[in-house]
Design a protein. Structure first.
Length: 256
């Protein structure tokens, strides 16, 4: 087969797995036969419907409650997932947190809580699961979610978010160089405006909606499935010669 997108039987760990992008990615990859480990801070009871819907697609799926900013919790998490699934092929660093607040009002706590979840969490999870991939000796894939806020400035109280997501892009490039010798491919996806519940609420404001769509050359927002498709591609063998890269999925927003 010249072009092989087959990911059946691979195991992926998705942090921030109960959120808008995380949950649709779990379902989309399960449709292609990947086993799913969903990681988030939510109580397990609230995730049962999601886990059941993924399992219904014929794959193994389990939920793990974990604070990705806590080294010990992540270490125990990696050990447990490897024990439960037998292996981990792909890590999707998708956990994030951002409370909008303008710079002049931002406290150290506001800054730290955002950077800790998005950037520190990416570092800790990549390191803990990366060590396993190195020891296993069969390569692996690490995909991290950044944001268009890492590329362009936004005047709406996201300077801490911009710092964290730009940090992920820089961290990824160095990680890709260091771990290329272990055949671990490390890439970043950058979603633009995505059809999520928070954006839908903002776009109830007709002027806001008009301004957002006017700023996107393709004149629409992304479907969540389009973000999941990028994760599928980067998880597959077809992306085995791609590392240290940033895939922007923004309808042309950042090419202005």
């Amino acid at each position: 087969m010249l072009i092989d997108f087959n990911v059946k039987g691979k195991t992926i760990v998705i942090t921030g797995g109960t959120g808008n992008i995380g949950s649709i990615t779990a379902k989309a990859l399960a449709e292609h036969g990947m086993h799913i480990a969903i990681v988030d801070v939510a109580q397990e009871e609230s995730t049962r419907e999601l886990v059941a819907s993924v399992k219904a697609l014929g794959v193994e799926c389990r939920y793990y409650q974990c604070d990705v900013t806590n080294r010990l919790e992540v270490r125990k998490l990696s050990e447990q997932i490897i024990k439960d699934f037998g292996k981990v092929d792909v890590l999707f660093n998708n956990a994030a947190y951002c409370r909008l607040i303008h710079l002049e009002q931002m406290t150290d706590e506001h800054f730290d809580e955002t950077v800790n979840v998005s950037l520190r969490g990416c570092f800790i999870c990549s390191q803990e699961f990366g060590k396993y991939m190195i020891e296993r000796g069969k390569g692996g894939v690490i995909i991290s979610t950044a944001s268009i806020a890492a590329i362009v400035g936004m005047p709406r109280g996201t300077s801490h978010h911009s710092a964290a997501k730009a940090g992920i892009c820089g961290f990824n490039r160095s990680m890709a160089l260091e771990w290329a010798k272990y055949k671990i491919c490390c890439n970043v996806i950058i979603p633009g405006q995505v059809d999520t519940v928070p954006l839908a609420k903002l776009m109830e404001n007709k002027q806001y909606k008009k301004d957002i769509l006017a700023s996107i050359p393709l004149k629409r927002v992304a479907k969540k499935e389009e973000i999941a498709a990028a994760v599928l591609y980067l998880s597959s063998g077809m992306a085995s010669f791609i590392t240290g890269q940033t895939l922007v999925i923004d309808g042309g927003y950042t090419i202005h």
